[in-house]
Design a protein around this ligand. Structure first.
Ligand SMILES: Cc1cc2nc3c(=O)[nH]c(=O)nc-3n(C[C@H](O)[C@H](O)[C@H](O)COP(=O)(O)OP(=O)(O)OC[C@H]3O[C@@H](n4cnc5c(N)ncnc54)[C@H](O)[C@@H]3O)c2cc1C
Length: 412
C-alpha cells in the first residue's frame, strides 16, 4: 500500500463505497481502509447455498421509487423484485384476520399522524408520550418500533421520527441487497484487514495509524457506525468531543435475523407474514418463504433482540422455532434447520443495527455529519437527515461527504 493519499475513506460499507465511487471520478488519489476481510459492512449477503442468498443486514430497498440505488442497479442489470412485502398486505398476514390487520394499520397511521403533529408543534419529543390511551394495539405498536427503530418508543425522538422520508414502496434484490451494493464497488480501492486506530489531525498532514502501518492524507472521510464513534473506537487527536456527544445522541438500536430452512417447505405458505404473538412486544416477525424460497426469515428487534443476544448463540433460533411450532404445529416446527443467526450487537465493527435519535437529540445527526477544519468529513447512515437507518441513506451520505471533501480540496 502506498503511504500518501489525497483522501482516505474509513470503512467499506454503503457510505464508504459511495464516497469512493464519487472520488474515483476525480483526479485525487483515494483509498478505502476496511477493518474486516469483506466489504459491505451492514450490507451483507451470505450465500448460504448457491441458490439461497440471504441478507444478514439490509434486505429491503426502501423508498425504492426514489432510492438512488435503484437506478444504479438497473444500470448494472442487477435484477429487482417489485412484489409488495407480505408485511404490508392484510391478506398475507397469518396472525390477524384481514379486518384486524386493517384496524392495526389504521391505529399505526393514527399514531404516526399524532407524532407528525407533535413534531410540528414541538410538543413532548418522546414518542411513547403520544401512544393511544386504548390498550388494544399497544403491544403491536411497541413491536413495530422494535423492528422499525430497533428500540422502544420511550427512546425515540418524535422530531427525528418525523424527519424520516418513506414512500412506502419496498422492493428486493433477489440476489441480495448487500451483494447488489457490493457489486457497485470498485474493489481495487479497498484495503481489507486494515482497521484505522487513530487519526492525528494536529499537523499540516493528517496521519493515520492503521493495522497495516502509518499513512498520511489531505482529507479523511469517516463512515464507521455511530456506536463506534460514541465509544471513540477511532482515536482522534486532537479529540472531537462534539462528535462523541452527537454520536451518543443517535445510538444504534438492535435488530437480528434468524434464517431457518424447512425440510418440508410446503408446511409453510410462500410470501406470507406471521407475528409470533399479537398481545406482547417480545415476539418475532416471520417472513415465510420470501420469493418462494425454502427459507423463513425471523426478525427480532429492540430490547427483545438484546435479551436474546445476551442469552448467547442459538437463543434467538430456539425462540423462533418455538413460536413457529406453536403456530404451525410441532411437526412442522421440528422440520426447521438453522441456516444463519445474526448477532449485530456483538459485532465489533458495528455494535448494533441502525440508528435512532434519543428524545431531544434530533439535531445530533447534523452535528455528526458536520466537517471539521475542512479536512475531516463524516458519513454513514446515522448522519443522514431523512434516510437514516437505511442503506440508501448511507449511500447518499457517502456521496455528500465526498462532494464536501472534493470542494474543500479544490479550495485549498
Ligand atoms: C438486521 C438489519 C436489517 C436491516 N434492514 C435494512 C433494510 O431492509 N433496508 C435498508 O435500507 N437498511 C437496512 N438496514 C440498515 C443498513 O444495513 C445500514 O443502514 C447501512 O448498511 C449502513 O451503512 P454504513 O456505510 O453507514 O455503515 P456500515 O455498513 O456499518 O459500514 C461501516 C464500515 O466500517 C468498517 N469499520 C468499522 N470500524 C473500522 C475501523 N476502525 N477501521 C476501518 N474500518 C472500520 C466496518 O467493518 C464497516 O464495513 C438493516 C441493518 C441491519 C443490521
Amino acid at each position: 500500500m502506498q503511504d500518501r493519499f489525497d483522501v482516505v475513506v474509513i470503512g467499506a460499507g454503503a457510505a464508504g463505497l459511495a464516497a469512493a465511487a464519487r472520488l474515483s471520478r476525480s483526479r485525487l488519489s483515494v483509498v478505502v481502509l476496511e477493518g474486516q476481510g469483506r466489504i459491505g459492512g451492514r450490507a451483507y449477503t451470505l450465500a448460504a447455498r448457491p441458490d439461497l442468498p440471504i441478507d444478514l443486514g439490509c434486505g429491503w430497498i426502501h423508498s425504492a421509487d426514489r432510492n438512488p440505488l435503484t437506478a444504479l442497479f438497473e444500470r448494472e442489470d442487477i435484477p429487482l423484485d417489485r412484489t409488495p412485502p407480505a408485511w404490508g398486505r392484510p391478506e398475507a398476514d397469518l396472525s390477524l384476520s384481514p379486518d384486524e390487520a386493517r384496524a392495526f394499520q389504521q391505529a399505526l397511521n393514527a399514531f404516526e399522524a399524532r407524532l407528525a403533529e407533535a413534531a410540528k408543534t414541538g410538543r413532548e419529543d418522546r414518542a411513547s408520550a403520544h401512544l393511544p390511551r386504548q390498550p388494544r394495539w399497544l403491544p403491536l405498536l411497541e413491536a413495530f418500533s422494535a423492528y422499525y427503530n430497533g428500540a422502544p418508543l420511550s427512546q425515540i425522538s418524535v422530531q427525528d421520527y418525523g424527519a424520516f422520508i418513506d414512500t412506502g414502496v419496498n422492493w428486493r434484490a433477489p440476489e441480495g441487497y448487500g451483494a447488489a451494493i457490493c457489486a457497485l464497488a470498485d474493489r481495487s480501492l479497498v484495503v481489507p484487514h486494515c482497521a484505522v486506530l487513530s487519526v492525528d489531525h494536529s499537523g499540516p498532514e493528517i496521519r493515520l495509524e492503521t493495522a497495516r502501518g502509518r499513512i498520511t492524507a489531505r482529507a479523511v472521510i469517516t463512515t464507521v457506525s455511530s456506536a463506534l464513534m460514541a465509544r471513540e473506537a477511532i482515536r482522534f487527536d486532537p479529540p472531537l468531543p462534539a462528535k462523541t456527544d452527537a454520536a451518543q445522541g443517535v445510538p444504534l438500536g438492535l435488530a437480528n435475523k434468524v434464517f431457518l430452512s424447512p425440510t418440508a417447505p410446503a408446511d409453510f405458505p410462500r410470501e406470507h407474514h406471521l407475528r409470533g404473538a399479537v398481545d406482547r412486544a417480545e415476539t418475532g416477525s416471520y417472513y415465510l418463504r420470501p420469493l418462494g424460497r425454502p427459507v423463513i426469515e425471523a426478525f427480532f428487534g429492540g430490547d427483545h433482540a438484546r435479551a436474546l443476544e445476551a442469552e448467547g448463540p442459538g437463543a434467538a433460533a430456539a425462540f423462533a422455532q418455538e413460536e413457529l411450532a406453536r403456530a404451525f404445529g410441532a411437526k412442522a416446527g421440528g422440520r426447521l434447520r438453522l441456516v444463519a443467526e445474526t448477532r449485530w450487537g456483538d459485532d465489533p465493527y458495528v455494535l448494533g443495527a441502525y440508528s435512532h435519535a434519543l428524545p431531544g437529540c434530533a439535531a445530533a445527526r447534523q452535528e455528526l455529519a458536520a466537517s471539521v477544519d475542512g479536512r475531516l468529513f463524516f458519513a454513514g447512515e446515522a448522519t443522514s437527515a431523512t434516510a437514516f437507518s437505511t442503506a440508501h441513506g448511507a449511500w447518499e451520505s457517502g456521496l455528500r461527504a465526498a462532494n464536501e471533501a472534493l470542494a474543500a480540496l479544490e479550495r485549498r
